[in-house]
Design a protein around this ligand. Structure first.
Ligand code: SAM
Length: 343
């Protein structure tokens, strides 16, 4: 029997976890560093990993390619801020070969947008079609307060550059009590006016940020109820397999998403795993589970040990996450920061 006669299942057994969920979505944090310090994500004096601990871009490519051979069809680069990693575009360019073969259906990234004006066209040239831009407010003063020093104009320029390059842009905004919760209608009107979807995210208790979460957290059920008094929200069928639930907003015609890890569990359809920039795999965002892939990656140029370690990690994927925020649980449920895991 020749290799071409083997069924795809024999060449690359699909990754199916103990609860029958097929894993076909990989999110890779290419750096833990970021040029912003959003107060709900990082403490101001974050200690970043020594550069020597990071996987090289070549190692990241090999790791991603191994996952693609095992059935991953959607790959998202994230961070930290993915665009601050030196030469990150060489990784994007090299991974885009999997788009050309059809093995990978989508290569995308999540960014804070501050460097998008520089990279948008190159991303589009590499076959990236859609990106997520995280932006919690349209008010420059609030933006600076949330990010500790960010310049909103740079992000807005980045978004325009992405749209001009033909990229579909989705805006992600974390709902923050007393900060942007009253601005959501304005943010939504602005995004929908530019044909961009808006997804709202509940604050998750990840990593020690030097303060509790209860003062930041606003349940999206509350924001949705408030929006429903002004807008007609019609549920859309779930087409992502992911945590976001979408509605169509009658008055704007745009899409609005809700990511509600705190008020609704979204684990039963979870199709994703995450890899940190040091090669640790986390099979659940809201769990302390972790397996090291860097050692097997470096142990041998062939992928046997790496494949076996990945299979073992998938076999340990938990059924659901462990997030709780209330007055008794005002400490991180998960000790990693979002910037380490890759949001
Ligand atoms: N730098 C990129 C960006 O800004 O999109 C990618 C990494 S960032 C960690 C990914 C997303 O996670 C951002 O939308 C950010 O707002 C969100 N995030 C960070 N910490 C969070 C938390 N504790 N709860 C909910 N979302 C969080």
């Amino acid at each position: 029997m020749t290799v071409s006669e083997l069924s795809p299942a024999l060449i690359s057994p699909a990754m199916i976890d103990p609860f029958g969920r097929t894993i076909n979505y990989l999110r890779v944090s290419v750096t833990d560093r970021c040029d912003l310090r959003c107060f709900y994500c990082m403490s101001e004096d974050m200690t970043f990993l020594p550069k020597a601990d990071l996987l090289t871009l070549e190692e990241l490519d090999r790791l991603c390619s191994t996952f693609i051979a095992k059935g991953v069809t959607k790959l998202r680069l994230t961070g930290g801020e993915p665009l601050v990693r030196r030469n990150v575009m060489s990784l994007v360019r090299s991974l885009s070969r999997h788009l050309k073969t059809g093995a990978l259906h989508e290569l995308t990234l999540t960014t804070n947008g501050s460097l998008l004006a520089k990279y948008a066209q190159e991303l589009a040239d590499c076959g990236v079609r859609r990106i997520n831009v995280s932006m919690d407010t349209l008010d420059a003063t609030k933006f600076r307060a949330i990010t500790r020093w960010g310049d909103l104009n740079k992000v807005l320029e980045g978004i325009e550059a992405a749209r001009a390059a033909g990229l579909a842009v989705k805006i992600n905004a974390v709902a923050l009590k007393g900060l942007n919760e009253d601005e959501i209608p304005e943010l939504m009107q602005w995004a929908h006016g530019k044909d961009m979807a808006l997804t709202l995210i509940e604050v998750m208790p990840m990593g020690d940020i030097g303060e509790g979460r209860i003062d930041q957290y606003v349940p999206l059920s509350l924001l949705r109820a408030r929006l429903a008094t002004r807008y007609t929200l019609t549920d859309l069928p779930d087409d992502t397999g992911g945590p976001a639930r979408y509605v169509r907003v009658g008055e704007t015609g745009g899409k609005l998403g809700f990511i509600t890890p705190m008020t609704h569990n979204f684990c039963e359809s979870c199709n994703r795993v995450r890899i940190t920039c040091t090669g640790t795999i986390h099979t659940c965002l809201g769990h302390e589970d972790a397996s090291d892939l860097r050692r097997p990656l470096r142990a041998s140029p062939d992928n046997d040990l790496l494949n076996a370690t990945i299979d073992r990690a998938i076999g340990l994927k938990p059924k659901g996450h462990d997030f709780i925020i209330d007055r008794r649980h005002n400490r991180p449920s998960v000790s990693r920061h979002m910037s380490v895991t890759g949001g």
